[in-house]
Design a protein around this ligand. Structure first.
Ligand code: MG
Length: 293
């Protein structure tokens, strides 16, 4: 792709920051609500306006995300787009009560991983998620689904791209607003990423898709580029590359926001994000972690 084509094609890339949820949930240190709020506001000052800020899951299972309702109360006056992860209908109802505008669902593309993650079969998960999507449409809440372990599973190995395609197609037919292809253990390779997105974009267009890569094998940025070449313009990333996945062995850090933004700017894309200000967010989160350890 030459520079001219790139600018005609798309020069604006949207970064969705997942540090306040995916990052903080997967480190040992637990931040309090004030600290979680400070991190979010620091990221916003850096120009990030799309963030996953918390979840409504059992606080005993995920203590780092307890009291997300109290956090949301403090964010009501912001203009950013906030999403919250929910595992089931109960979580959906909590999100609705707390006026969440976008909920994230996670479906793993293998039975073993899905069982590990939410202790349900894929079939039962799909039934429940379909009901959530129906309720959300009525409530005018946006829905986004992560197809997790989309390339490789720590328990079952290589994942069929045909199956990921079928799951994606099914959720689009239910009226999901966005499908995130998630390489949960950072095992995906650029040719696999290209192949999957080429087919999805050909059949459904690029606008309903985004991608979530991990840097386990230092391939996250190459995978971002591969997805961009197929027309994808929305990516998850996580400040300081925090986190992984507690239920997936070998899932080290998320793609770092500062790495993604730096690469995009060097390649001539716009993100609306200040690299200088991101450093302050990194310092902030490092201080929180260091103070407690
Ligand atoms: Mg992740």
């Amino acid at each position: 792709m030459d520079a001219g084509a790139k600018f005609n094609f798309m020069n604006q890339i949207q970064v969705n920051e997942v540090g306040p949820r995916d990052g903080l949930q997967n480190i040992d240190t637990i931040l309090n609500i004030g600290e979680r709020l400070q991190l979010i506001q620091s990221l916003e000052r850096a120009g990030i306006n799309s963030l996953e800020v918390g979840s409504f899951v059992n606080p005993k299972a995920v203590p780092a995300m307890a009291n997300t309702d109290a956090l949301l109360e403090k964010l009501v006056n912001s203009n950013s787009d906030y999403s919250v992860l929910i595992p089931n209908i109960y979580g959906y109802e909590l999100a609705k009560i707390n006026k969440v505008k976008e909920v994230c669902l996670v479906l793993c593309a293998t039975e073993s991983m899905n069982k590990e993650n939410i202790n349900k079969s894929i079939k039962d998960t799909i039934v429940e998620f379909k009901e959530i999507i129906n309720r959300a449409k009525k409530d005018q809440i946006k829905t986004k689904i992560y197809i997790s372990v989309a390339f490789e599973c720590p328990y079952e190995g290589l994942v069929s791209s045909e199956y990921v395609y079928d799951l994606t197609k099914k959720f689009l037919s239910y009226g999901i607003n966005e499908v995130v292809i998630a390489d949960t253990i950072g095992a995906g390779k650029p040719d696999q990423v290209k192949k999957l997105f080429r087919r999805l974009v050909k059949d459904f267009g690029p606008s309903d898709f985004s991608a979530h890569f991990h840097d386990t094998r230092q391939l996250a940025l190459s995978n971002v580029k591969a997805a961009m070449e197929e027309g994808i313009s929305k990516f998850d990333s996580c400040i300081a590359g925090l986190g992984g996945c507690p239920f997936a062995p070998g899932a080290s850090g998320n793609l770092a926001t500062e790495d993604l933004v730096s690469m995009l700017h060097k390649e001539g894309y716009e993100t609306g994000i200040s690299e200088e200000m991101l450093k302050k967010s990194i310092d902030l989160v490092s201080n929180f972690i260091n103070l407690k350890n």
